[in-house]
Every structure is written in C-alpha cells, then in structure tokens.
Design a protein. Structure first.
Lengths: 113, 112
C-alpha cells in the first residue's frame, strides 16, 4: 500500500463544467504525477510535481491545470470539461526509496457527457 | 526519444500454460525497466523491475531480463494461474526527469 488516495473515485459531469480531482498521499514524498489511461494508449503523463508549487507539463497537458499548495495534495483541474477528457485518471508518487519507481493510486473514472 | 512497444493483446491461455509478453524499448542513455500489473478496477501495481543491463527482475513467478543488445524486457511465467488474469504494462524510466513511458498494455485472460 503506497498510501495514496484519490477522490472522487467516480464522477459524471457535463461538457463545459469545471472538474477537480484530488490526489492525497500520506508519506510526504516529493514527486507526484497525474496520468490518464485510455484504450490503445496505455498511460500518458498529464502533469507532474517535484515539490510544493513546483509543477511541469507532461505529454498531454492541454486542457488541464494542476496545483500543489502542500506536499500531501496534488490537484488536477479540468477548467471546462470536454468529452475527449472522459478517461480513467491515475495519480502516482515516486517514493525515492527505490530507484525511480512509481506507485499508483486506485484511479478516478471520469465521464464527460 | 523514449518509447515502449509491447505485444498486442488480448492473450488467452489455459491454466498452467507458459506465458511470454514481449516488450521492446527505445531510449537514450541507460533506462530502468518495469512491469506493472493492473487487475480489474484497480490501479497499477509494480510487478518487477530491472535497473541495468543483464539484471533479472522477478516476483510471484514472473521474470524479465534486461537485454540491452536487443533492447528488450520480455515478461515470462512458467505456469500461469487464473488469478494472473490482468492487464500488464511495460514501462521505462530515463532516470533524468522522473518521467515514465508506458506501453499500451497487454490483456491476459487465463481460463481453467
């Protein structure tokens, strides 16, 4: 158990509405990541964070923003959700104890109608 | 750039059959290589990893050897069980930017 929780676990929303997903860790690790998982694409990195207020873009960052105001929480926001953002979203951490190994949360299934 | 290619699925095997899931990679430098497993409705769990050439990762009867000469990290298991039914992801880390690169996943179903 990597001590990662995600909320909500499931969400259905409508096109154009803002959505925020939360990732919470209990172990104060520095690196946190947001991925989306889609059939035929595996996991693709959206954004990641290397410390409080320190974030960077990943491969598929358009339409997403993130914030990290404290070590334990990493928020992913869809400012105006679109149907193409229907996906399963995973948060991950790098514990730093093992050589660059990531550990994943349980995921959030988001449906944009 | 960095990328991972793994065999297309789905794969269906009978219980106790031999499993191979192929994975090849492209990377600059000397990446770390990983296999993750995802059971239905769950997140990804680390199955095994190898951090340098010729290393063998192993866990729960699964094995994979880091082959630099063929840029491969194939997953094998000698005798699969129904409980091994899951999606398997090959991944690499380039160790520079704490970024991972994932394959598209291979779905395995084991039938009794």
């Amino acid at each position: 158990d990597a001590g990662i929780t995600q909320s909500p676990r499931h969400k259905v929303t409508e096109t154009g509405t803002p959505v925020t997903l939360r990732c919470h860790q209990t172990e104060n690790h520095r690196y946190m990541y947001w991925y989306r998982q889609d059939p035929g694409h595996g996991l693709r990195l959206i954004h990641y964070s290397y410390g409080v207020k320190d974030t960077d873009k990943g491969e598929v960052s358009d339409g997403y923003s993130v914030s990290r105001s404290k070590t334990e929480d990493f928020l992913l926001t869809l400012e105006s959700a679109t149907s193409s953002q229907t996906s399963v979203y995973f948060c991950a951490i790098d514990r730093g104890l093992d050589t660059d190994t990531q550990y994943f949360g349980p995921g959030t299934r988001l449906t944009v109608l | 750039g960095n990328s991972v290619t793994q065999m297309e699925g789905p794969v269906t095997l009978s219980e106790e059959a031999f499993l191979t899931i192929n994975c090849t990679y492209t990377a600059t430098g000397y990446p770390s290589l990983f296999w993750y497993v995802q059971y239905p409705g769950e997140g990804l769990q680390l199955l095994l990893k190898a951090t340098k050439a010729d290393d063998k990762g192993s866990n729960k009867g699964f094995e994979a050897t880091y082959r630099k000469e063929t840029t491969s990290f194939h997953l094998e298991k000698g005798s699969v069980q129904v409980s091994d039914s899951a999606v398997y992801f090959c991944a690499l880390s380039d160790k520079t930017g704490n970024q991972f690169y994932f394959g598209t996943g291979t779905s395995l179903t084991v039938i009794p």
